[in-house]
Design a protein around this ligand. Structure first.
Ligand SMILES: [Zn+2]
Length: 277
């Protein structure tokens, strides 16, 4: 499952490649699962629209679309947003029209530049939808934009483990399992600590760690992406060295104590029993 840094990298890569291009036509496949909005609404919003920007909101890729010289109707506003959630195996591919159409291709957009933008998803957990401009609400706050007071207020009175609170998408958008573990390690906080028992200073450290971990991962991801915009963890795509995640039994990089693994709310959590309190 692509996490926030991967989605950010993919959105930036797409913005570089297709912003300013015009969608000349769209083909949608027959499988119903990938379509969260009705096919005709997706087609109406995308057809003959110009892609003004591509950006990330939470773990969604958002294409801002505008229709010029079109009378707005209920199904075709002058501005709309195309929302792509990649699910487990979804990919957005920018390619030449003659390149082979892969199995499990669910959407093909023909672009005025001559290229095609294709949505490929073997396991079909990815979702495509459209909303009116500015109508998309991913819930929660953006971790990279969170200020300290807001961050602290989210955890006030919460008796759940801090790890669960970090993963709660209604609080923070898009912080996934790996990044929650890595952030808690850097902040020296055990994943099972009740959120409400963590001091203001520790939460300040945690917010700084969350931002640091996400920014490092984005910086690494940004350098490894090629013209094939890929989201399923191709080799070299994601290179942040994990300090605790997936390192059960291996020595802590700081104090050499073996890293522990516990399960919190069904998710693997990794921590150093000495460095994290
Ligand atoms: Zn340690």
């Amino acid at each position: 499952m692509p996490e926030l840094p991967e989605v950010e990298t993919i959105a930036r890569g797409l913005d570089r490649r297709v912003a300013g291009d015009v969608i000349e036509s769209i083909w949608l496949g027959q499988k119903p699962e990938p379509l969260k909005s009705p096919a005709r609404e997706i087609a109406a919003a995308l057809d003959h629209s110009r892609i003004s920007t591509v950006r990330r909101i939470g773990k969604h890729i958002v294409f801002d679309l505008e229709h010029k010289n079109v009378r707005p109707t209920k199904t075709r506003p002058t501005q709309a947003q195309w929302i792509v959630h990649l699910g487990m195996t979804g990919r957005l591919q920018v390619c030449e029209p003659q390149s082979e159409v892969l199995k499990h291709t669910h959407a093909i957009l023909k672009l005025a530049s001559g290229r095609e933008l294709r949505f490929v998803d073997p396991r079909r957990f990815g979702r495509l939808s459209v909303v009116r401009a500015g109508g998309f609400d991913a819930g929660g706050i953006e971790p990279l934009e969170a200020d300290l007071d807001r961050f602290i207020s989210m955890f006030r009175g919460r008796k759940t483990p801090i790890k669960s609170a970090l993963l709660n998408q209604k609080l923070l958008r898009g912080v996934g399992n790996i990044y929650a573990d890595e952030s808690l390690f850097r902040a020296g906080i055990r994943p099972r600590r009740r959120a409400s028992t963590i001091t203001r200073d520790q939460l300040a450290g945690l917010l700084a760690s969350v931002k640091e971990v996400l920014r490092e991962a984005i910086a690494l991801g940004g350098s490894s992406i090629s013209d094939y915009v890929d989201a399923d963890g191709e080799e070299g795509f994601f290179q942040l060295q994990h300090r605790v995640y997936g390192r059960e039994g291996e020595p802590c990089l700081v104090c050499k104590t073996p890293i522990k693994r516990i399960v919190i709310a069904g998710r693997s959590s990794h921590y150093c029993p000495k460095c994290q309190k």
